[in-house]
Design a protein around this ligand. Structure first.
Ligand SMILES: [Zn+2]
Length: 271
């Protein structure tokens, strides 16, 4: 056998391995049992899990394993990442992608976790029109370049109090789904043109109604932070859909139906 033939066979073999290896590792990760310690973490930090039907619990556990296999967690400001943080954050992420054939956030690679609210420098325009940098405290931030930043203290609070309509992890992972279309505008990937038309009609009406209520100072079920932009509206109503589904269905039935079709679950059955 000539040297060039051996070389060529080597290259083909290496390419084949590089192609097969991730799929093999993925299958292996899915076949690993879900550790008893992780179940205890879900019971303690993710109370909605206990209320979900068994088939969705199983799906959630499978997706958590895959999520933790694929994503890299980094502790910031001196925080040391542990399994409690990894499993709790993965559970929040995977709650949004049940009942669908999808990869677990293919575009997301890094999860940065701060112990509590973190400061970011943001441009602010003052009363005289001057732009200046201002330090602002945030509980979470989602980037379209494969990164998400979360305050652990607030992830925990949002998940343990799962009925107040406020959940920073669900909010930021909804932004990640929104990024998947390539533009973050409050419209995630939908099946076809008809679905986009229905989504757009319902969401624009509801967004305008929330803006109006916010201006009037009227009480609203949906946090008026959602009135700041369509992308924020989608993230905020995602929090309400999972945490206060019955109220959302009663007060905003068309919006509830759109979210139910998109997330392919009905959390009002779980309560
Ligand atoms: Zn947001």
């Amino acid at each position: 056998m000539s040297l060039s033939l051996v070389l060529m066979m080597g290259i083909v073999l290496a390419a084949l391995l590089a192609w097969l290896w991730p799929a093999y590792r993925r299958r292996q990760a899915l076949q690993e049992p879900f550790p008893a310690e992780w179940r205890r973490i879900l019971a303690k930090n993710f109370p909605v899990y206990r209320r979900m039907p068994a088939d969705l619990q199983l799906q959630l556990r499978q997706r958590i394993k895959l999520f933790l296999h694929q994503k890299q967690f980094t502790g910031c400001a001196g925080l040391t990442i542990n399994d409690e943080m990894r499993v709790t954050i993965a559970a929040s992420a995977c709650l949004l992608i049940l009942n669908r054939a999808t990869d677990v956030y293919a575009g997301l690679h890094y999860i940065l976790v701060y112990p509590n609210a973190f400061l970011v420098e943001q441009e602010e325009v003052d009363g005289s029109g001057l732009v200046r940098m201002q330090a602002k405290g945030l509980l979470g931030q989602s980037w379209s370049n494969g990164k998400i930043i979360l305050s652990w203290e607030d992830v925990l609070k949002g998940n343990r109090e799962f009925t107040d309509g406020s959940n920073v992890a669900l909010h930021e992972f909804a932004h990640q789904l929104d990024h998947e279309t390539g533009s973050t505008n409050g419209v995630p990937v939908l099946a076809n043109a008809e679905k986009y038309a229905q989504w757009s009609a319902v969401f624009s009406t509801e967004f305008e109604a929330l803006r109006h209520a916010a201006l009037q100072g009227d009480p609203t079920l949906i946090n008026t932070y959602g009135a700041t932009a369509p992308a924020e509206f989608f993230a905020v109503v995602t929090e309400v859909f999972f945490e206060q589904p019955q109220q959302l269905a009663a007060q905003h039935p068309a919006l509830f139906e759109q979210l139910k079709a998109y997330y392919r679950v009905d959390p009002s059955d779980w309560l």
